[in-house]
Design a protein around this ligand. Structure first.
Ligand SMILES: [Zn+2]
Length: 257
């Protein structure tokens, strides 16, 4: 309800600013009209361009818990090299993770996708094609297609129904929120990430995550190749992270019901 109120307030603010721009334009004051038009644009675009911003709709960023537990999430797979290595590390640490999968990769690497489910983890929706550079401006039909095609791929390949959706880069406009809700998916963000989407040293990524750690943290990691990233780095990063979490008394939780 609070999220709906925020969304309505945002639209109302944009509408008032746009009305202000129109009034000043009609009165022959283009400088003021321009300022009000910029305010209208900013109030509309701002919530879309801030990762995990809840103004366009609810975004789950923390688990509600007082326990030392975290939700480990891994984006951008499945991947024929990284996914099996990651599953091995998770099994050795008796840890749980949710994999936010890209739909076309689920079709391309069905064995990796099925291995995730067979190991007791979950696959969720991270769009069909991961249009990270343009998704913030997704039209209603684009948002619907990206979300429904990915859900269909996950369902058909693994027989598992995704329950959560994460937007590329965490940027979700009002059409994306509407499409996710229509597909029965809750939008999730993150609260602790290590910026592992670029070439990195595992210890640096783990240190960044640990600095943001708290009870109920949603941890964001990635899998899949990145130019300049040595093979096996994803698994090494996860290994060190899980070792650190265990040393700090944290365990990985199941996704919320
Ligand atoms: Zn991603």
């Amino acid at each position: 309800m609070k999220a709906e109120l925020r969304r309505r307030l945002g639209f109302t603010l944009s509408g008032l600013c746009a009305a202000g721009a129109a009034v000043h334009a009609l009165r022959g004051n283009p400088a003021r009209a321009h300022r009000w038009a910029m305010l209208a644009t900013a109030s509309l675009l701002g919530p879309t361009l801030i990762p995990n911003c809840p103004w366009n709709g609810p975004v789950l960023r923390h688990l509600r818990t007082g326990e030392r537990e975290v939700w480990l999430t891994i984006d951008d797979g499945p991947d024929p090299q990284d996914t099996p290595e990651i599953l091995d590390v998770l099994a050795r640490h008796d840890a749980r993770a949710s994999f936010f999968a890209i739909g076309h990769k689920v079709w391309r690497y069905p064995a990796a996708a099925r291995a995730v489910v067979a190991a007791g983890h979950e696959l969720h929706n991270h769009t069909w094609s991961h249009p990270a550079g343009s998704f913030w401006a997704a039209s209603p039909s684009c948002a619907r297609h990206e979300i429904s095609a990915a859900s269909n791929a996950i369902r058909q390949v693994t027989a598992q129904d995704p329950r959560f959706f994460r937007a590329p880069a965490g940027l979700a406009n009002p059409f994306v929120h509407a499409a996710a809700a229509k597909a029965g998916l809750r939008v999730i963000g993150w609260s602790a990430r290590g910026f592992d989407g670029v070439p990195h040293e595992p210890d640096v990524v783990v240190d960044r995550i640990v600095r943001r750690l708290h009870a109920g943290a949603v941890i964001l990691l990635h899998e899949g190749p990145v130019s300049g990233l040595r093979p096996g780095t994803r698994a090494r990063t996860l290994e060190r992270l899980l070792g650190k979490l265990s040393a700090l008394g944290y365990r990985t939780a199941r996704p919320p019901a």
